[in-house]
Design a binder for this molecule. Structure first.
Ligand code: SF4
Length: 250
């Protein structure tokens, strides 16, 4: 059989709704751009480019100044975005507010990023290829590794942090497998409400993450073999582009 490609987002997608996974991953149905996803892309580009500047210049002012040109580049690459954002000033003001919150959470002038948008990949088994793009990895002179991810939305409600950390534990598992070092800290920065979720992973947690991945991969392989992707209605349906063709609503 052909190898399946897994990433944390694909795994969450299948977990949240197998039908949505089918539409996106198996049938590759097109979707219109989402304003939240495009805002997230812009924020990620700015924060990636910020670390190209000399440390003293990594200020909120520099980041805010970058926003119009990075947005223009994004629109050039996807012209349909010009109809998605009608009030550019309002859009850039919102981006500026998220950047302001980023500077509450971190002081980028005080450290260097070792890797940005780093692609980690590995064959988990002969049937499963696992990969992901990590926003930032910082390696301290003492060798400690910190994995950082930026989210443009709000932090999870109390009790939901573990679910939110799954993505970073997958990255930590990949980093450990590839470099032989367990990252000492995982950090999710939520820019909408200026809160961070942190966790120090250990071997037991990462092995448990690996078992979970293998279990979900088995479920995906079985779903593909049987062409069985049941819809799983939830509050996510309100934002799902495929609601009009989903059997749960038709
Ligand atoms: S509408 Fe809901 S149940 Fe249907 S595919 Fe979308 S998320 Fe799944």
């Amino acid at each position: 059989m052909t190898q399946i490609r897994l990433s944390p987002s694909r795994v969450s997608e299948f977990n949240n709704c197998p039908r949505l996974y089918k539409y996106r991953v198996i049938e590759l149905l097109p979707e219109p751009p989402s304003i939240d996803a495009e805002r997230g892309t812009l924020i990620h580009t700015i924060l990636e480019d910020l670390f190209d500047l000399p440390a003293p210049e990594r200020t909120l002012d520099s980041a805010t100044t970058m926003a119009p040109s990075r947005w223009a580049d994004q629109v050039n690459q996807k012209p349909e975005l010009s109809t998605l954002v009608l009030n550019e000033k309002e859009w850039l003001d919102r981006v500026g507010a998220l950047l302001k919150n980023y500077f509450i959470l971190e002081k980028p002038e005080s450290f260097d990023a070792t890797h940005r948008e780093m692609h980690l990949e590995q064959d988990l088994t002969n049937e499963i290829y696992l990969h992901g793009y990590v926003d930032r990895i910082d390696v301290a002179p003492t060798g400690e590794v910190r994995i950082v991810d930026y989210k443009s939305g709000k932090s999870p409600k109390p009790g939901w942090e573990e679910k939110a950390l799954f993505q970073l534990r997958v990255y930590a598992l990949l980093y450990w497998r590839l470099h032989g070092v367990i990252p000492s800290l995982l950090v999710l920065h939520y820019l909408s409400d200026a809160r961070s979720v942190r966790s120090s992973p250990n071997e037991k947690e990462l092995l448990s993450t690996e078992r979970k991945l293998l279990q979900i991969a088995d479920e995906i392989i079985e779903a593909i073999a049987k062409d069985h992707f049941p819809p799983k209605p939830s509050k996510l349906c309100d934002w799902c582009f495929f609601k009009t063709i989903c059997p749960a609503y038709n």
